[in-house]
Design a protein around this ligand. Structure first.
Ligand SMILES: [Ca+2]
Length: 218
């Protein structure tokens, strides 16, 4: 016979555990997300053409990330902003990007001549360091405060994800499987396609995206 208050309550370590047990409402409904994606179509189109990433890929990731943001997500950002419990980074903004991830994405783009630090209001003259707290805070604030730059850095991160997973950042060459791997990498540091990768690929097709077809691995 079960005794009162166990086993669940004894497992609860704090607020974060309680939150896991609750169904937290989302910040953006699918309908509102679609509206915001349409509203920012110009920013998305600009990032797509400047950074050579299909607009459909940007819309797909944005849709998946935005519809996943719950009402408590801003609390994690507040903790990062104030340094609460030593926290200085969080997945932030429409595209839910961590500061250190943004640094890696921008560094990659700069190394390829695709973008410059000044494009994102960042200081020129030295390579940003994802292990340096001040640099992480700097990039994180850009991601938090500037939605257009958040979308731009998402595009650059997708380029880096493609490079890591497929050996090229040229989206015109990516097959369906390679796109799934690229989308997977946006969300997790794993080598096999996840449900997230499958889901975003489905969204990519829904937003009009196309993939390359290659035979014999050529
Ligand atoms: Ca977040």
């Amino acid at each position: 016979m079960k005794t009162e208050r166990e086993p669940l309550l004894f497992k609860l370590q704090g607020v974060s555990d309680i939150i896991v047990c609750m169904n937290i409402p989302k910040l953006y409904s699918p309908q509102r997300t679609e509206k915001l994606i349409n509203k920012h179509a110009d920013w998305i189109g600009e990032a797509a053409s400047r950074f050579h990433v299909p607009a459909a890929a940007l819309k797909a990731v944005l849709y998946r990330e935005m519809t996943g943001i719950d009402l408590l997500d801003p609390l994690a950002d507040l903790a990062a902003m104030t340094g609460f419990k030593g926290k200085h980074d969080s997945s932030v903004g429409y595209a839910q990007i961590f500061g250190y991830v943004g640094i890696n994405a921008v560094n990659f783009a700069v190394s390829q001549g695709i973008a410059g630090y000044a494009d994102f209001g960042l200081p020129e003259g030295r390579v940003l360091d994802p292990g340096r707290l001040e640099d992480v805070k700097l990039l994180w604030r850009v991601l938090l405060r500037d939605r257009k730059k958040n979308i731009g850095i998402m595009a650059l991160n997708l380029r880096l994800c493609a490079q890591e997973m497929t050996g090229t950042a040229d989206f015109d060459r990516l097959t369906a499987e390679e796109l799934k791997l690229t989308f997977t990498r946006y969300n997790a540091d794993v080598k096999k396609v996840t449900a997230y990768g499958e889901e975003v690929f489905g969204l990519f097709l829904r937003f009009g995206g196309q993939c390359a077809v290659r035979e014999n691995g050529s």
